[in-house]
Design a binder for this molecule. Structure first.
Ligand code: 5GP
Ligand code: ZN
Length: 121
């Protein structure tokens, strides 16, 4: 299977790794969208959040805990941060190996999508 993040797990391509254990890896995003932008991924290949089963609950919980731990370590836990799983095209997913984005270091906007304002003619 040709998966970019499996290649990072298998050390076939390099990444700026911040944390790793037997279940997950956290590394810096190559194209940061905030002053701090990391990705937390499972070692296990799961393509999208739609493929998550009950057996993955603990693993995904561990990914979330890892992100929260990194936020503390980076010093922006109290100010706040954003965690995101993008799923499939409408969610903006481009790499089909689940990953949790951790963004911090500045205030972020919400909501991420707004209907285009329809100007009356
Ligand atoms: P998605 O759009 O699937 O939610 O997020 C994929 C993320 O992976 C993007 O933020 C993108 O910048 C990041 N990314 C893509 N290729 C690489 C890579 O080779 N190395 C790293 N560290 N991040 C990558
Ligand atoms: Zn993979």
């Amino acid at each position: 299977m040709d998966c970019l993040f499996c290649k990072i797990v298998n050390q076939e391509i390099p990444a700026n790794i911040l944390y790793q254990d037997d279940k997950v890896l956290a590394f810096m995003d190559i194209n940061p969208q905030a002053p701090f932008h990391a990705l937390v991924i499972p070692r296990l290949h799961i393509s999208t959040l739609n493929d998550m089963t009950d057996e993955h609950s603990e693993l995904v919980g561990h990914m979330i805990k890892t992100a929260a731990h990194l936020a503390k370590e980076q010093g922006f836990a109290e100010d706040g941060y954003r965690t995101v799983f993008n799923c499939n095209p409408h969610g903006g997913q481009t790499v089909y190996h689940i990953h949790l984005h951790l963004l911090g270091g500045k205030p972020m906007g919400w909501p991420p999508y707004q209907e285009t304002l329809k100007v009356p003619v």
